[in-house]
Design a protein around this ligand. Structure first.
Ligand code: IPM
Ligand code: MG
Length: 356
């Protein structure tokens, strides 16, 4: 029996989590797997009831589970709150408290969606499969000091970008190992022409390359990388980068696949539980309308089966079922190009279950 913490959160979070659960239940019926779900509030939903985006109870529940499936947090309703109460603190707090220092974001363009990509077919090619490994518990997001100071004549805000050698090494290890399992090409992305943290990053990653002689390592500045992603995305296999750069580059990379609603992710650390979440946000503008794309969340559940439960077959079955739905011309609202039929969030879940 595997226990899974479900944290639907805000906006479209609950709708997409429902579909992922539907798919996991169908997997249970076909594979030798049993799941017990434990649900809890996070983000704005938790602020509304408990006055905080992440309660100690929710954190304890997560620590007790084998894996966590997270929806999305945030929305205009909570935008005016002081920073400790912002819904985003829920996901940042989970990542930090659970030591989830590496975020694997899988950028795959399904053939059926190549027309939905904003990039010309000549550039995007037939296939696109990039793995972005984003550092997740350091850099500007967590560096201290951080704050805002007001005096009578000026206001000063500051964040600190910092990395230790050990923080860089542990996430780089994950990226080198991912490259070894894939096309064996690793692009480490930094801003070493300007930033000290990047110069340390580059030195450490370069030194580590000796331990992975089968992996071809290259370095790229982040501004160039953002350009290369749309100019020649096929050159990338695994991209390794720090927290903020990874946040930005993964949103950019996601649209290559047709929609940000397609990208799953796994956040991993040195021990369980790992956390799985779609990379998109809570999309409050479409919440409750049935327009949300559940595929990123369903593919996140597939990553969970593979990374947390070692169930590679079941994970591939989900990916194949998603691909079949797309090949059959079923689309959610965000990926309408080439659609035979535009369907709702829950209809997409049903079709994927049927295809399993
Ligand atoms: C992401 C999101 C989060 C981040 C937000 C919600 C804090 O944009 O997972 O990419 O910046 O990491
Ligand atoms: Mg982001």
């Amino acid at each position: 029996m595997q226990t899974i913490a479900l944290l639907p959160g805000d906006g479209i979070g609950p709708e997409i989590i429902d579909e992922a659960v539907k798919v996991l239940r169908a997997i249970e019926a076909k594979y030798d797997l049993k799941f017990q779900f434990k649900e809890s509030l996070v983000g704005g939903a938790s602020v509304d009831i408990y006055g905080t985006p992440l309660t100690e109870d929710t954190l304890a529940l997560c620590k007790d589970c084998d894996a966590i499936l997270f929806g999305a947090v945030g929305g205009p309703k909570w935008d005016g709150l002081p920073k400790e109460l912002r819904p985003e603190q829920a996901i940042l707090g989970l990542r930090k408290s659970l030591g989830l220092y590496a975020n694997l974001r899988s950028v795959i363009l399904f053939n059926a969606l190549s027309a939905a990509s904003p990039i010309k077919k000549e550039i995007i090619g037939e296939e696109l499969d990039i793995m972005i490994v984003r550092e997740l518990t350091g850099g500007l997001y967590f560096g201290k000091p951080k704050g805002i100071e007001r005096t009578h004549d000026k206001t000063r805000a500051f964040d600190t970008m910092e990395y230790t050698d050990e923080e860089i090494k542990r996430v780089a290890r994950i990226a080198f190992e991912a490259a070894q399992r894939r096309q064996k090409r690793l692009t480490s992305v930094d801003k070493a022409n300007v930033l000290e943290t990047s110069r340390l990053w580059r030195t450490i990653v370069t030194d580590m390359a000796a331990d992975y002689p089968d992996v071809k390592l290259c370095h790229m500045y982040v501004d160039n990388c953002s350009m290369q992603l749309v100019l020649n995305p096929g050159q990338f296999d695994v991209i390794l980068t720090e927290n903020t750069f990874g946040d930005i580059l993964s949103d950019e990379a996601s649209v290559l696949t047709g929609s940000i609603g397609m990208l799953p992710s796994a956040s991993v650390g040195d021990g369980k539980p790992y956390l799985y979440e779609p990379i998109h946000g809570s999309a409050p503008d479409i919440a409750g309308s049935g327009k949300a794309n559940p595929i990123a969340c369903i593919l996140s559940a597939a990553m969970m089966l593979e990374y947390s439960f070692g169930a590679k077959d079941a994970a591939s079955a989900i990916r194949n079922a998603v691909e079949k739905a797309l090949n059959e011309g079923y689309r959610t609202f965000d990926i309408q190009v080439g659609a035979k039929k535009v369907i709702s969030t829950s209809e997409m879940g049903d079709i994927i279950v049927k295809n399993l």
